[in-house]
Design a protein around this ligand. Structure first.
Ligand SMILES: [Zn+2]
Length: 185
């Protein structure tokens, strides 16, 4: 249910639109949510750690801003990879990708495969590559001597990918997969 003029509706109004192959890519103001909240989370984590260490702060305000921006950007790239995961799966199964949208809600629209099981694979592909990206961040963080920023952003990325798998939110990948599987019975 998305009442006209609701905040989410407004945040999903395209600001930047460009073509990519046959698809239209639309970027809306709401996509900043996926940057802002992780960045804010990182600023809090950084503040928390520096309080524990008692060193009076994790560096200058400029450094905190820089690492927050880096954290938010890495989390946002996960949203991008998620939607491109759907798009590449559509292409892999010979479908046409019509729209890739990043906003308060993210979605990829493609022509519907004839088989429901193929559509389910296209839906799973997004969260699947999203999780892989998170695991790669965790691995790099581990190799880099337990880099707390990479370990934290990797965890946030995996968590947000898993949320998409559960049918909590109407219109989420999890909810659509549940409905398709229900139709099969
Ligand atoms: Zn998705």
């Amino acid at each position: 249910m998305h009442p006209e003029g609701s905040a989410v509706e407004w945040l999903d109004k395209p600001i930047i639109t460009f073509g990519l192959g046959n698809a239209v890519v639309t970027l809306a103001a709401g996509t900043i949510i996926f940057w802002f909240f992780p960045a804010l989370g990182w600023a809090a984590v950084d503040f928390g750690f520096s309080s524990v260490r008692g060193d009076g702060g994790g560096g200058s305000p400029a450094a905190v801003f820089f690492y927050s921006a880096l954290f938010g950007s890495l989390a946002w790239v996960g949203q991008l990879i998620h939607e491109f995961g759907h798009a590449l799966a559509f292409r892999f199964y010979g479908q046409r990708v019509e729209e890739i949208h990043l906003g308060a809600r993210n979605w990829t629209v493609g022509t519907a495969p004839s088989l429901r099981s193929t559509m389910i694979k296209c839906l799973v592909a997004g969260p699947a590559v999203h999780i892989v990206y998170g695991v790669v961040l965790l691995l790099i963080g581990t190799v880099a001597g337990g880099n707390i920023l990479l370990l934290a952003v990797g965890s946030v990325v995996i968590f947000s990918a898993l949320v998409g798998f559960f049918p909590l939110v109407p219109g989420s990948d999890g909810a659509m997969i549940r409905d398709l599987r229900r139709d099969d019975r």
